[in-house]
Design a protein around this ligand. Sequence first.
Ligand code: AHM
Ligand code: MG
Length: 321
Amino acid sequence: MSKTGMDLTRFILEEERKYPQATGSLSLALNTIASACKIIASHVRMAGLVDILGKAGKTNIQGEEVQKLDELSNEILIEHLSDCGEFYALASEELDEPIFPEKGKNGKYVISFDPLDGSSNIDVNVSIGTIFSIHKKVDGTVNDFLQEGYKQIAAGYVIYGSSTMLVYSTGNGVNGFTLDPSVGMFLLSHPDMKLPEKGKIYSINEANAKKWDINGLKEYIETLKDEGYTVRYIGSMVADVHRTLIKGGIFAYPSDIKNKNGKLRLLYEASPMAFLIEQAGGKATDGKQDILKIKPTDIHQRTPVFLGSKKEIDQLMEFIN
Ligand code: AHM
Ligand code: MG
């Protein structure tokens, strides 16, 4: 029977039933993320009214302090994830150090997240998103976060676009759910997402081309042009990766002479997206090795990112290595 239309909570429970030893911890964790992101989505929908209702740092017409949307999203996630008791520790792009919530003392998992990625796009009404990555707690120290991406228990993102979608994987394929705003439920709209073997789009900030320091990268991009590819670059990783997941092709944020490790963060941007792309049949590399094999040394470390359809990534590797 097709599961299309099934609501996320039921889908998560049905997945859990496949594992008789499951305790329900991961299901609660995933449902908590979904709930927090629904609240973030409702704030994102109001973003255009900020000038009317009050600007960040000022008070709104109710006399309340208006927060920046990325800070607000961070607080919403911290509050929900801390309260659910399943997370021993939380690491956020917005925080220098991880948080160890009181209620998560017995939690089995740690989570890294980017609460509102691409937030420079808010002012122009372009899609933004939340990205998350879950690992098992191993020793209760910062090492819990410094595990390779292939050890992720679950990873996903929520895109706040023309509709709000939650896309996630627990290592058993990738499924996408669209928020039905009339009932406030995420419904399965994109079951078992798979990238095409080859796409027609490349996505890279080509304005940086003169600074790229990777031999062969410019030639590779020129070859794609000769082969009839088109370019799409939103500048919002969630949106660019979401399109790549559906239409294939390549998304890249390489290193350059100024940013030796690129711009994107390994733990809560590159690694969860690489997990999803690989689960959907694509590939993800830093140009030398599989992103999921990188052993992190720092919570906020950066990495070059190349991800997408097999054909494009294989061809890229021939050019740059
Ligand atoms: P942010 O976490 O500060 O929002 O920055 C990350 C964003 C990504 O969403 C996007 O892929 C990238 O920055 C775009 O960078 P650029 O404007 O340099 O092309
Ligand atoms: Mg970000």
